[in-house]
Design a protein around this ligand. Structure first.
Ligand code: ZN
Length: 218
């Protein structure tokens, strides 16, 4: 690929403005990390420098910073300015799958100290993004699971039916508290099955039987 960086590859496709992520949005995942099930959405952001496209290449992740966990998530692309009352089907026009990579040991330390998660969640290449699919509307999404394969074995499977806060609630929360507009991404949280990613691992993100993106770790 010569001198084209992953960041340039991603940003050449469209302008991404803000990357919003949701923590603890699936009950089984909250339990596996011994977190309480939240009563309102818990959100954080990543810098746009964290973005990297899953287009078959090797992705470089930090070394010597403890365990790195994969978190497969449905990603929604916001195409209009948020206004109160706007429906998900009207503000989202495409979707993808993504990985919210997390430096889990560092995150655990930050949690203990009550510090922000940026160091654990915002490093370069921590926001993997597949190719886009046209958004079919919320109801049809419930007919399809998204799946993460690690070295050809299924490690995560999710369906938006299992979300604690549905996409409408997440969009209203982000729109009211932070603002939401064209070019913003929403990583909607991960189902159970998160685990370690190590050098040489190969990952495949599937929407139903449709492969949306692959990559490996270097
Ligand atoms: Zn996540």
């Amino acid at each position: 690929m010569g001198s084209v960086t992953n960041e340039e590859r991603t940003l050449a496709m469209e302008t991404i403005r803000n990357i919003f992520c949701v923590g603890r949005n699936y009950v089984e995942h909250a339990k596996e990390l011994n977190n309480a099930v939240p009563s309102s959405p818990f959100m954080f952001t990543k810098p746009t420098h964290a973005l990297v496209k899953a287009d078959g290449q090797a992705i470089h992740l930090p070394k010597g910073a403890g365990a790195i966990h994969y978190e497969a998530e449905l990603v929604l692309y916001i195409s209009k300015p948020y206004e109160k009352g706007i429906r998900v089907d009207d503000i989202v026009d495409k979707m993808a799958l993504g990985i919210d990579f997390t430096l889990r040991d560092i995150q655990t330390e930050l949690k203990k100290k009550g510090l922000p998660w940026l160091r654990a969640k915002g490093f370069k290449n921590s926001a993997v993004l597949t190719r886009w699919l046209a958004f079919p509307g919320i109801e049809p999404l419930k007919d399809t699971d998204f799946v993460l394969l690690k070295n050809d074995a299924e490690v995560q499977r999710g369906n938006i039916k299992e979300m604690i806060f549905d996409p409408q609630t997440l969009i209203d929360f982000a729109g009211e508290h932070f603002g939401l507009g064209p070019g913003d991404l929403l990583y909607t949280g991960t189902p159970s099955g998160v685990g370690a990613a190590e050098t040489g691992d190969r990952f495949t993100l599937k929407w139903g039987n449709d492969v949306l993106g692959t990559f490996s770790i270097e």
